[in-house]
Write a protein that binds this ligand. Structure first.
Ligand SMILES: Cc1cc2nc3c(=O)[nH]c(=O)nc-3n(C[C@H](O)[C@H](O)[C@H](O)COP(=O)(O)OP(=O)(O)OC[C@H]3O[C@@H](n4cnc5c(N)ncnc54)[C@H](O)[C@@H]3O)c2cc1C
Length: 808
């Protein structure tokens, strides 16, 4: 064999599933290779629990697909993966935990996950051996279960083989050929090379080493993960659901013969071979038992299941597994075209394998997956993850706090501060409460703006935890006077060359071929019409465009553009994020403030909305762009970094007589929501089209672009759902996203984002409603922690509907 359509490296559960799903899509000529036997990496020592409820909707849907697949594999392939659909219990041993479960049960309803909250007594009927003391209740999911990891991998491999896949074991990959940024082939230790256009790195904890063969950094970090197996315990029955008690950091499942498997996530995790990856001969191997590290888990398990104390331990399993810096999988195409990655399953690879295989196969065969996989997309990791130390610090924190309740807007601490805007010192002096995004330190709000008068606006419950009166103060000051925002972390990409205009015209749904100095708001769509990027494009000269996108989306958007760039096109793409600062100045007083530090004519006639010009503000030459994401008159100012502090000082001083305040990202979020502006990644995703999202105005007529056919089709057929703003009856009941929306007792939608509109004095949420309900005034309700809060469909947008303020 000297050529294959795709080569999947790694014969663990993930690689086998990708081969299975690729062949299902008709890619029969697939080669699956492993340096030893199938399952000889992390897969063979897995505990095999399959839990579907995860941190994101997409991941949960992937897990749900996995269960469907595991149910039918035995019949389909003749190999039995020993799927046991025993259900699962997630205990709540604190009041906060039961709140968390209620919240999860709420969003489970939005996509048909049969999760129910049960009493402690009902949980005891299902699992009679736990001590109910302190247990407040549980979440019960009858379709969870466990599977034999080896059986599952064999069944998937068999399915792939039956459809034509070739499997090589003892085939160690030693090189990956890359030609002009594209994968060209794979080299082996003891075999001839094989040519291919598609390579999938399904190397588990070895994925970083494998990635480096192609020059791709895969930020997985191996950690040792342990569980123990006991001899039979009286009363343990085969039909016991799996059980987790996050407050005691432990999980359980029944082991054949009546024993228990007991594992968990310790607070002092053990990274292993994190710098260079596992040794060359590390296959079919376990690490030595680490009883000291297991002790806190054992204590938690003993206190919950007292009979365990008398049980005899058969053995401890201590095996390494790939974790990631944010606890989510690493999937997708890398910067090297045709080089895909599917790794970093954070001890959920068995549960995730079905969905991972499906998503990856679609991505490879069809160009993009059907689901919105942004949270798992390899492009979410910036270049700073090339630091293994940083990747380790981030992954360590995630592992150590795995079972904690993560309240909304909680900020991670590890590896900070990393990227700082030039104004960082100034912002700190003003009492900035920093949050972190993609390594950037960004002010969430300023302590100097705290104002007790707004305490009465504090959202109730969880939403009020990471909140400050300063958010309301900054929001209102921007509406009434002016706010100054440091947005230097915004990703900025330059597209340059004689082919730049034609290239962007092909990718953008809006028309960007406009006179120099025009700013265009546009989406880039996939072939299904889904929104892959949501950006502004400013034409700086005939052949130079600057794209501005969200802090976290630079890599993603750049990747999307690179993927569509023909090598012969005369276009250069450059990330200039670090070279330019960005200060946003907005509010009714913005013109007066800026006008007092510049000679430029800022009048509407000379400087209309959605245009940009080079000006000098204070002593800083900068590009001034008249755009807004907060719905007020104002400008984004882009000086080069060394001038940012000088510009900041000039604006603060000039703003003083006008009541200007420094303002942070939490105010941006509430301001944009009030104005009905959408956020990519939550309100608009690759699964949503601009027509459904109410962004049809940003689609140019009579122009070809990627996704146009799908949009035309949808226009002809008519949309079935539409993104609308809901106004909740209680201004302090704040949606945190993913809450179910009800009409007449039926779930009809899911909240995509929520917040308080401080100027309107209301609680707002965005949700895709069936068109029949997407009518202003329609009464609905939203489930917040099990409580139904009445809501009504609002006019869109609620704030400044005619856009008079931004054009004023
Ligand atoms: C103790 C423990 C308990 C766990 N319990 C659960 C659980 O209950 N539920 C759950 O869902 N998950 C669990 N997991 C996680 C699960 O086991 C993993 O997520 C999953 O097995 C990872 O599969 P993989 O295919 O990505 O990696 P692996 O199984 O590690 O496969 C990667 C393969 O790549 C091959 N490879 C590497 N380099 C090369 C090369 N150069 N050339 C050729 N081949 C190469 C390796 O030989 C290896 O076989 C657990 C993990 C551990 C450690």
């Amino acid at each position: 064999m000297d050529e294959a359509r795709a080569i999947v490296i790694g014969g663990g559960v993930a690689g086998a599933s990708i081969a299975y799903h690729l062949t299902e899509l008709g890619w029969n000529d697939v080669l699956l290779v492993d340096r030893r036997e199938l399952t000889s990496g992390s897969t063979f020592h897995s505990a095999g629990l399959v839990g579907q409820l995860r941190s994101s909707v997409t991941l949960t849907r992937m897990m749900m697909y996995g269960v469907e697949l595991y149910r039918r594999l035995a019949e389909e392939t003749g190999v039995d993966p020993a799927w046991h659909e025993v259900g699962s219990l997630r205990l709540a041993s604190s009041k906060e935990r039961i709140e968390e479960l209620r919240r999860l049960a709420g969003w489970g309803q939005t996509f048909g996950l049969p999760l129910e909250i049960v009493s402690t007594d009902r949980a005891l009927e299902l699992w009679p051996l736990f001590d109910p003391e302190g247990v407040e209740g549980a979440a019960y999911l009858p379709t969870d279960g466990y599977v034999d990891p080896n059986g599952l991998t064999s069944a998937l491999a068999e399915g792939a083989k039956r459809r034509g896949a070739t499997i090589w074991t003892n085939a160690r990959v030693t090189g990956i050929d890359v030609d002009r940024g594209r994968v060209a082939g794979v080299r082996f230790e003891d075999r001839d090379p094989v040519r291919t256009d598609v390579v999938v790195n399904a190397g588990g904890m070895y994925a970083n080493q494998l990635g480096r063969l192609a020059g791709v950094e895969v930020p997985v970090v191996p950690f040792a993960h342990q569980y123990l197996l006991t001899k039979p315990i009286e009363g343990v029955r085969p039909e016991f659901p799996t059980m987790r008690d996050p407050d005691r950091l432990v999980y359980f499942r029944q082991e054949a013969g009546g024993g228990l498997v007991v594992g968990g996530y310790e607070r002092n995790p053990a990274p292993w071979s994190w710098q260079d990856g596992p040794p060359d001969d590390f296959n079919n191997t376990l690490l030595p038992d680490d009883w000291d590290r297991f002790e806190p888990l054992a204590n938690g398990a003993f206190s919950l299941v007292p009979d365990l104390q008398k049980a005899e331990v058969v053995r401890m399993i201590n095996g390494p597994e790939a974790f990631t810096p944010d606890g989510e999988f690493v999937l997708g195409e890398s910067d090297v075209r045709g080089f895909f990655v599917a790794a970093g399953f954070c001890a959920h690879g068995i549960a995730g394998a079905g969905g991972v295989g499906k998503v990856m196969a679609e991505w490879i065969a069809e160009g993009e997956p059907e689901l919105d996989v942004w949270k798992m997309d390899i492009r979410r990791f910036g270049r700073h993850y090339a630091s293994r130390r940083y990747a380790l610090a981030r992954a360590y924190e995630v592992y150590a706090t795995y079972y904690d309740i993560h309240y909304p807007n909680e900020e991670r601490q590890a590896g900070r501060p990393l990227k700082m805007a030039p104004t960082y010192g100034r912002l700190s002096d003003l009492g900035a409460e920093f949050g972190e995004k993609s390594g950037w330190e960004r002010p969430n709000w300023f302590g100097s703006n705290e104002d007790e008068r707004y305490e009465e606006l504090r959202p109730r419950g969880w939403a009020g935890r990471h909140w400050s009166t300063a958010i309301a103060a900054e929001h209102l000051a921007t509406r009434e006077r002016a706010g100054l925002f440091d947005e230097s972390s915004f990703a900025k990409i330059e597209v340059e060359g004689t082919g730049a205009c034609a290239f962007l015209q092909r990718l953008c749904a809006n028309d960007v071929d406009r006179v120099v100095g025009t700013i265009v708001y546009t989406q880039m769509l996939n072939r299904r019409g889904g929104i892959e990027a949501d950006v502004t494009v400013t034409r700086l000269s005939e052949d130079l465009f600057r794209i501005v996108t969200g802090t976290a989306f630079g890599n993603h958007d750049l990747g999307w553009m690179r993927k569509h760039l023909d090598p012969d096109e005369r276009v250069r793409l450059r990330d200039v994020t670090g070279a330019l600062a960005c200060l946003g100045l907005w509010g009714p007083k913005a013109r007066e403030v800026l006008g007092s530090v510049t000679d430029a004519d800022l009048s509407n006639e000379a400087f209309p909305y959605m245009t940009a010009k080079e000006i000098a503000a204070g002593d800083a030459p900068c590009l001034a762009a008249r755009v807004t994401y907060v719905g007020e008159l104002g400008w984004e100012l882009y000086p080069s970094v060394e001038l940012a502090v000088s510009l900041w000082d000039a604006l603060v001083e000039a703003g003083h007589p006008h009541g200007l305040v420094p303002a942070g990202y939490r105010a941006i979020d509430s301001l944009r929501l009030e104005k009905g502006y959408r956020a990519w990644g939550s309100d608009i995703t690759p699964e949503d089209t601009p027509l459904e999202a109410g962004l049809g105005f940003a689609i140019a007529a009579g122009k070809e672009f990627v996704g146009r056919d799908a949009i035309e089709r949808l226009r002809a057929e008519g949309i079935r759902r539409r993104l609308r703003t809901l106004v909740l009856s209680d201004p302090r009941a704040m949606c945190l996203s993913n809450e179910p929306v009800f009409s007449d007792g039926e779930v009809v939608a899911r909240v995509t984002s929520g917040g308080i509109g401080y100027a309107l004095g209301t609680s707002l949420a965005l949700a895709y409603l069936p068109v029949a309900l997407a009518v202003s005034g329609t009464p609905l309700s939203v489930d917040l922690f099990g409580e139904r809060v009445p809501a009504v469909v609002g006019d869109d947008p609620l704030y400044d509907p005619k856009g008079e303020r931004i054009r004023g």
